[in-house]
Design a protein around this ligand. Sequence first.
Ligand SMILES: CC(C)(COP(=O)(O)OP(=O)(O)OC[C@H]1O[C@@H](n2cnc3c(N)ncnc32)[C@H](O)[C@@H]1OP(=O)(O)O)[C@@H](O)C(=O)NCCC(=O)NCCS
Length: 235
Amino acid sequence: MKIYAVKIVENINKYFFNKMINFIDGNKKNRIIKMVHEDDKNRLLLAEALLRLIVCRKLDLRNDQIRLKQTKFGKPYLDLDSELHFNISHSGDWVVCAIDRQSVGVDVQEIIDIEYKEIAQNYFTEEEYLFIMNESLTNQLKKFYWIWTLKESYIKADGKGLSIPLKSFSFHISNPNDIKMLTSNRLKECYFKLFNIAPNYVMSACNLNNHFPNQITYLNQHDLINDFMKLCSQK
Ligand SMILES: CC(C)(COP(=O)(O)OP(=O)(O)OC[C@H]1O[C@@H](n2cnc3c(N)ncnc32)[C@H](O)[C@@H]1OP(=O)(O)O)[C@@H](O)C(=O)NCCC(=O)NCCS
């Protein structure tokens, strides 16, 4: 497994935005164009560029040789015979992409002061709720986001998204390096890791082989844009 991350430092300038958007699939392009907020447009376009760059480099393909399709649950996959699995996530100033040889899920979240008690009570298991509430007040929000991103990474690795009831699996975290998950769901044999991506952000990954990178591979936003444009000009 490998995880790539890009910190968004500024909105893509109009010239590059209009060029880049023509090198992605029609549905995604329309989705991005219809977005109201500039920040959302940027996040989605950068995530797509990152994914395409990584996939093309890994499989030695040109950008116009890859097509991304979606399962009925919305999980994107490559429309070609390959062992490359991937998952993307974006939040706040970060865009991340995880790749592996088997199913993989990744989730990054900016820590925002939300009504975590109510959400945890309604959507997390009793054990998860107590895990959060037994923490000191200053740590509760962070622990809430641990569970949140772990849950997201699981439902994204499985691919069924929120059609999996969030209480149908439960995390037991003895320490950040010892994360266990109990479930009667189809996907049981999977592994989890929490990553420190940046202050005020939490990121979790889920895979089927327990091979996690020690480090995240960081890419600079401007390098990503340049490399993506170079990739797209290949004939
Ligand atoms: C769509 C969902 C899979 C992830 O949503 P999210 O955490 O808001 O968004 P992320 O940025 O982490 O991931 C989005 C990416 O996941 C991928 N994705 C979408 N559906 C997916 C699925 N069923 N399985 C795996 N990946 C999926 C797409 O690549 C998507 O990227 P795009 O929006 O640029 O097309 C789903 O879990 C969801 O809607 N979550 C909403 C948040 C929530 O209520 N979470 C409760 C957790 S406690």
